[in-house]
Write a protein that binds this ligand. Sequence first.
Ligand code: FE2
Length: 225
Amino acid sequence: MIELPKLPFAKDALEPFISAETIEYHYGKHHTAYVNKLNELIKDTEYEDMSLSSIIRSSDGAIFNNSAQVFNHTFYWKSLSASKSAPSGKLLAKINNDFGSLEVLKEEFIKAGTTLFGSGWVWLVREPKGQLAVKKTENAHNPLGSHQIPLFVCDVWEHAYYIDYRNLRPKYLEEFWNHINWDFATKAFDKTDNDIFIGTEPCNDIHDPFCQVLDELQNQDRVTS
Ligand SMILES: [Fe+2]
């Protein structure tokens, strides 16, 4: 049974970047529907007792689509912050090393989101060998299948921005950049800045440390009922 995680902020906390109306639909309807559909699909199957990351890495079709969308949305809410912040310490040093500067990363990220055709997601990820990279994925796809650790993500499905920005996706991406939760990104970075994730061959065991760390990040602040 997969639970809908609690929204990590009040519905109107991100205004005017994202309106309460958008959150009501995006979280209350879209994200909720993916959780409900997934639970319907995995009932009495081999997936029923698996963690969310394990389901994503071992399924396809409707179960993959719904489980990945549950993960992606939870990761998206955690990637957002009402207040403006900036990376620091080891993460900032790594960004400077791998991109040249934070400004270059911003340009790459916004370009990736603007040029993604149709619906999808833009991620800052850590490659299996440690390198940071910007990745775009279509529809429900996410970096988990490529053994990449996501640090933050922007939802560029139209339902994420159409109420507030209409067709102006680049403007939404610019505003997203000002509302990244760098504390969360730093947590994901720090948890994976070790030999288990860097410089070793990733394995496909559904109970591997990769799934564990992602499930841990996902389950913070989970609603218990
Ligand atoms: Fe979405």
